[in-house]
Design a protein around this ligand. Structure first.
Ligand code: S3P
Length: 450
């Protein structure tokens, strides 16, 4: 499939986006371990999340899906059964790393397999701590890459300092910790998204926070079955928020979107770049804040994104790089070497595609230097099999002369089913949508000096 984009007329829209990907994976897993039936509304029915659902089904959990975005998970009080075949994680790094943690706690053996792209991604980051806890894990690929063979059980709690700020690593170790003896603590160099800990708490699993930002879970707990509504994914909304921000006079309102403050660094960057951003949390009852974001566009100016901000907007860096190309002056992204080991090497992919569209970009080991404003021109660009690269460059096409074609764009289904329809609406808006004034505006986020 190809995505086709051309210059968009003035944006004035109100939208919602599909459910949060990170939360969807975790809610399904924790509900499966719970002591009863949990209905999960707003579930993201994307390919990545369905790999997690099917993995849980393979482990003996009944999961009904009466509508694409609703799961009824029949929790079995932490009892999982040995899978009859290997578990396919597809392209989903979150599935593989969280499942590795979950399976480390089981006494049976299982094998996690991956597609060609995931098979190149590093797994040592979860293998190491899970081995320390007592699991036997073999990476069958070169340099600790998938497939993974996991023989678990008999785990002991550990205190682990992760060398990378990764919510997948933290989630994997904490899930294993639920099956370990005693207390399991994870510390990370800077705070990554905290959905595992929040969802544990929502499902009444006891955790503790340390002064140094560490988080601990105590073993032997059974999550309490509860229903949960998953908020919209801010990382999906990001594509349209940036589009509106980069269009002087553009206006976009996103409703029912997740506003967890370990995920909202993007909004601070947009304010720093000159856009007006307002956010209003409307619901915190389920621990994951959810509400409205409103962006009004302006001529953007370049900024620096680095340090502690990076893990909190890691998935938004491709679209922020596009914003950088549209902004006047220089935009610098540093300390983002993790982008090299995502679904593709995102630093190389962004630099390659921005250059093809006419921007001046310097590629660094851990980031990018982008000189704007670039007069972008339409081009044929590659997705590199990476959903966020595909979507970022479709949005770049809304600001380019001529037509932009993103090749091999089927990968967008991994995180954002419906992206293509939304893109079409931004190019050919059919109806005027009501806009609502919202409360509270953000002040520019401080640039994090490292
Ligand atoms: C995710 C964590 C991040 C993010 C990914 C989803 C998660 O990865 O990039 O899209 O749900 O835990 P890392 O943990 O590798 O930073």
């Amino acid at each position: 499939m190809e995505l086709r984009a051309k210059r968009a007329p003035r944006i004035d829209a109100e939208i919602t986006v599909p459910g949060d990907k990170s939360i969807s994976h975790r809610a399904a897993i924790i509900a499966a371990l719970s002591n009863g039936v949990c209905t999960l509304r707003g579930f993201l029915p994307s390919e990545d999340c369905m790999h997690t659902v099917n993995a849980l089904r393979a482990l003996g959990i009944q999961i009904d899906q009466p509508r694409p975005d609703e799961l009824i998970v029949h929790g079995k009080k932490r009892v999982l059964t040995a899978p009859s075949a290997e578990i396919d994680c597809g392209n989903s790094g979150t599935t593989m790393r969280l499942m590795a943690g979950l399976l480390a706690g089981q006494t049976f053996e299982s094998r996690l397999v991956a597609d060609a792209s995931l098979a190149r991604r590093p797994m040592e980051r979860v293998i190491l701590p899970l081995r320390k806890m007592g699991a036997i894990i073999t990476a069958e690929g070169p340099e600790q890459t998938p497939p993974l063979r996991v023989q678990g059980g008999g785990l002991r709690g550990i205190s682990y300092s992760s060398p990378v700020a990764s919510a997948q690593v933290k989630g994997s170790v904490l899930l294993a910790g639920l099956f370990a003896k005693g207390k399991t603590t994870v510390n990370e160099p800077s705070l990554s998204r905290n959905h595992t800990e929040l969802l544990f708490n929502y499902f009444l699993v006891r955790t503790a926070k340390g002064d140094n930002g560490s988080v601990s879970v105590f073993g032997d707990q059974v999550p309490e079955s509860r229903d949960f509504s998953i908020p919209g994914d801010l990382s999906s909304a990001a594509f349209w928020l940036v589009a509106a921000a980069a269009q002087p006079g553009g206006h976009l309102l996103v409703r029912d979107v997740g506003l967890n403050d370990t995920r909202t660094a993007l909004l601070g960057v947009l304010v720093r770049m000159g856009a007006q951003v307002r956010e209003a949390v409307e619901d915190v009852d389920q621990l994951e804040p959810c509400g409205i974001v409103e962006v009004t566009g302006a001529p953007l100016k370049g900024t620096v994104i680095q340090g502690k901000e990076v893990p909190q907007l890691i998935d938004e860096l491709p679209i922020l790089a596009v914003a950088g190309a549209l902004a006047s002056g220089t935009t610098i992204i540093r300390h983002a070497q993790e982008l090299r080991v995502k679904e593709t090497d995102r630093i190389a992919a962004i630099a390659h595609n921005l250059r093809i569209m006419g921007a001046q970009v310097i590629e660094m080991k851990d980031g990018l230097e982008i000189h704007g404003p670039a007069p972008l021109h339409g081009a044929r660009v590659a997705s590199f099999g990476d959903h966020r690269i595909a979507m970022a460059f479709a949005v770049a096409g809304l600001f380019a002369d001529g037509e932009t074609i993103v090749q091999d764009a089927d990968c967008i289904r991994e995180s954002y089913p419906g992206f293509e329809t939304a893109l079409e609406e931004f190019i050919n808006p059919k109806r005027a949508r009501a806009t609502t004034p919202v409360i509270g505006s953000l002040s520019p986020a401080r640039i994090d000096e490292e």
